[in-house]
Write a protein that binds this ligand. Structure first.
Ligand code: RB5
Length: 148
């Protein structure tokens, strides 16, 4: 059985997270929603951490993270050992960050992309496998930075 996806957003990404959450319901993809639960101001590192911890712990298959730009929450996510987060605003990048970077967190900005594009990106990300091969060598070098 597939592990759930981890969802998290700050207030800037809340509406987009809700649109993606509804989409996941419609296509039958399980998720754990780490908040936020409304549009009240909150801090994106606080929202990113539990979702990323769940991915690193193996409880969730990946994280879908949202803030105003997608940038702040991607920086926060990439501080968590074991996370390879990408901030995307197009479906090509969302697909290739799986193919080439084995990304385990997709970040996007609720003030940058609309729900339609966001859902396309989510589908591309969730439905694409890592290609391995020469890309694995690069991932190994990336991950070695965490312990140098
Ligand atoms: C919050 O206003 C905003 O700064 C945050 O959502 C995000 O865009 C930061 O990168």
């Amino acid at each position: 059985m597939n592990k759930p996806v981890a969802l998290a957003a700050d207030h800037g990404g809340f509406e987009l997270k809700e649109a993606v959450r509804q989409h996941l319901d419609e296509i039958g993809v399980a998720y754990i929603d780490y908040g936020t639960t409304d549009g009240a101001s909150c801090d994106y590192p606080d929202m990113a951490l539990p979702a990323c911890d769940a991915v690193v712990a193996g409880e969730c298959r990946c994280a879908l993270l949202f803030c105003g730009t997608g940038v702040g929450i991607s920086i926060a996510a990439n501080k968590v050992k074991g996370i390879r987060a990408c901030c995307c605003s197009d479906a090509f990048s969302a697909e290739y960050t799986r193919r080439h970077n084995d990304a385990n967190a997709l970040c996007m900005g609720g003030r940058v992309v609309g729900a339609g594009l966001g859902i396309l990106m989510v589908d591309a990300f969730l439905n694409t496998e890592f290609e391995g091969g020469r890309h694995q060598r690069r991932i190994d070098k990336l991950m070695a930075i965490e312990t140098r």
